[in-house]
Design a protein around this ligand. Structure first.
Ligand code: HEC
Ligand code: HEC
Ligand code: HEC
Ligand code: HEC
Ligand code: HEC
Length: 454
């Protein structure tokens, strides 16, 4: 074989291998517009699924005004390079049918393809061709993939899909790397994979497609013409987003609050008490999330401890982690989150500018972190000090929202994920307990009165 023949053969082999392995993910504009049925069509039989999905972040994943703003900024900054990247996950049906999704679509039948992540898109995903990044293989058509092997529908074919029953399915969009430099932007699936939940077989669906925290089953019918099943998967898929859901569905906002309150626990202990200060150890445990707290868009999400100490008269004597009048967190507060830098070494909240991950102190699934807090006491403080510690969450920093939306920005709502209280008796030295002296006098009076009666 001469060198020409050798190179020819090698080229053929490489071509065969690459088409074989990458039997690639569905590309931009691969299907005709209109191949997907609108959610309302599916909802005419699957009414419960539709109602749940309608107020969810999946339904809002393209119309979300915050996403739309970030998407158009990213598009401007990258001269259009992200135009076929962000929609892969945020408006997958418009991506595979080649529609420009920069026009925020309302949920209406005529605009089916421009909607967010919806029924017919998810239920016609056949497989995936890689890790995350929207690398799905989409097969729009009459066969709908789902969790049952015995489903019969007068409207469509039904086929069992193991993929849909596992976290692997969610990984398609809930693991994301930067389109240019490969930096991990969202790590939710990997965090779950590394957690005890994946080992014991608890899938994303077990927490996010059940009626609420605590793995509750939801018996019922998927449609009025279907049999009663042991579990119908709820489609609220509530997470932590109370900002966008506040605008679209009070029910979904309430479900997100419930998820956040079911995610973590707090414990507080006194470590040291002197005349000058009280040192407390506060432990935060991730007891309910199957991934880090926070997860997802973790360059934006903020979770932090607010500590407030008050004296007997209810006056604040020391605090940390509180908001100032502009809605920004006290400087010096420990915020659980990840910090990315852009190419010039400045903090990058805009994901498309991220060039490296510089820190990540989020609380891993099933683990705890302990922080020490020193409460400085005013001189001569002898009475008890009440300490309240709260674990707080918000989806995005206020100054970032103010800056990106300009003057018309909303106040980003806070959620109290957990709260603990402790009363510490102040000074250990000095007059030994003024309170004790009072109680001795009271007891004396009581004895005196009772003694007289007998
Ligand atoms: C993000 C993707 C996604 C979207 C959007 C979605 N589903 Fe599902 N759906 C699933 C997954 C995953 C399961 C199975 C979960 C499992 O087995 O653990 C499921 C289960 C089902 C089932 C099986 C039985 C049941 O009722 O639980 C039906 C029917 C269904 N979905 C219909 C719908 C309809 C109708 C919509 C739109 C209103 C919808 N789905 C939107 C992912 C999705
Ligand atoms: C005419 C009523 C009707 C319409 C419209 C309808 N379905 Fe169904 N679907 C059914 C019935 C009935 C079942 C079987 C229920 C059972 O076995 O519990 C079913 C089952 C399913 C399943 C479960 C399949 C499995 O094997 O696990 C999925 C997924 C599904 N439908 C998705 C959809 C989607 C997506 C749409 C819209 C494109 C849709 N359905 C429209 C009646 C309908
Ligand atoms: C086709 C892509 C895609 C698939 C598949 C997908 N998601 Fe999502 N999901 C999204 C997008 C995009 C958003 C965010 C929308 C936004 O914030 O604008 C989202 C939002 C969510 C949220 C809400 C997060 C919050 O902050 O409140 C949860 C929870 C969630 N998904 C869970 C799941 C689960 C569980 C699965 C698997 C059953 C799944 N998703 C499958 C794309 C997807
Ligand atoms: C053991 C239950 C559990 C499992 C398993 C689980 N989650 Fe969650 N998830 C939660 C709770 C509780 C929250 C709310 C606390 C938070 O935001 O971290 C949450 C929040 C989220 C959020 C919103 C994060 C934010 O703050 O914006 C997303 C997105 C999400 N989960 C996706 C997933 C995906 C994808 C999987 C599977 C790879 C998964 N979850 C597995 C319980 C779970
Ligand atoms: C691999 C899939 C994927 C790609 C690609 C992707 N996203 Fe997302 N995006 C998500 C998921 C999933 C969430 C929800 C995470 C959460 O709630 O914490 C999300 C959330 C967001 C949010 C937060 C929305 C809110 O209401 O808080 C913004 C903003 C956003 N994405 C912008 C973008 C932009 C801009 C691009 C392109 C540069 C992009 N995304 C590319 C999957 C993706």
């Amino acid at each position: 074989m001469n060198s020409f023949q050798y190179i020819f053969l090698l080229t053929i082999c490489i071509a065969v291998i690459s088409t074989g392995t990458a039997s690639a993910q569905t590309g931009f504009g691969e299907f005709e517009e209109g191949v997907f049925s609108a959610p309302q069509v599916c909802g005419s039989c699957h009414t419960q699924n539709f109602e749940e999905w309608y107020g969810s972040m999946h339904a809002a994943s393209n119309s979300d005004p915050f996403y739309q703003l970030m998407f158009s900024m990213a598009s401007n900054d990258t001269l259009g390079a992200v135009d076929t990247y962000c929609p892969r996950c945020h408006s997958p049906a418009s991506f595979v049918t080649g529609i420009d999704s920069k026009v925020p679509a309302t949920i209406d039948i005529a605009n089916a393809s421009e909607m967010g992540v919806y029924c017919d898109f998810c239920h016609t995903i056949k497989s995936k061709s890689g890790m995350g990044n929207g690398l799905y293989i989409s097969t729009p058509g009459t066969t709908k993939f789902g969790p049952w092997d015995d489903a019969e529908s007068p409207y469509h074919g039904a086929r069992y899909s193991e993929l849909h029953t596992q976290s692997d399915f969610c990984s398609i969009c809930h693991y994301q790397t930067h389109s240019e430099n490969g930096v991990v932007i969202q790590n939710t699936f990997q965090e779950w994979l590394d957690s005890p939940y994946s080992e014991e077989g608890t899938q994303c669906q077990d927490c996010h497609m059940t009626p609420g925290p605590g793995f509750t089953r939801n018996p019922g019918q998927s449609t009025l013409i279907g049999p009663v099943r042991e579990h119908i998967w709820t489609h609220n898929t509530a997470g932590g987003n109370i900002f966008q859901t506040s605008l679209q569905s009070p029910k979904h906002r309430a479900l997100a609050v419930e998820m956040l309150k079911g995610a973590a626990e707090l414990e507080m202990k006194t470590k040291q008490v002197t005349d000058e200060s009280i040192v407390l150890a506060v432990t935060v445990s991730n007891t309910g999330a199957g991934h880090s707290i926070p997860t997802g868009s973790n360059s934006l999400r903020q979770v932090w401890l607010e500590v407030t100490a008050t004296n007997e008269d209810g006056e604040v004597i020391d605090s940390s982690g509180r908001l100032d009048s502009a809605g920004n967190i006290d400087p010096g507060t420990i915020i659980y989150g990840s910090v990315y830098h852009d190419a010039s070494g400045n903090v990058a909240l805009k994901e498309w500018k991220a060039a490296s991950l510089v820190s990540d102190n989020r609380i891993l699934a099933g683990t705890s972190v302990t922080e020490d807090f020193e409460i400085r006491l005013p001189q001569g403080n002898a009475g008890p000090v009440k300490v309240i510690v709260r674990l707080l969450y918000r989806t995005v920093p206020q100054d970032f929202i103010d800056e990106t939306f300009g003057g018309a920005a909303e106040n980003v709502p806070l959620v109290e994920m957990a709260k603990e209280e402790l009363t510490v008796n102040g000074a250990t030295t000095g007059i030994p307990g003024f309170g004790i002296v009072i109680s001795v006098i009271v007891m004396g009076i009581v004895f005196f009165l009772f003694g007289r009666r007998n």
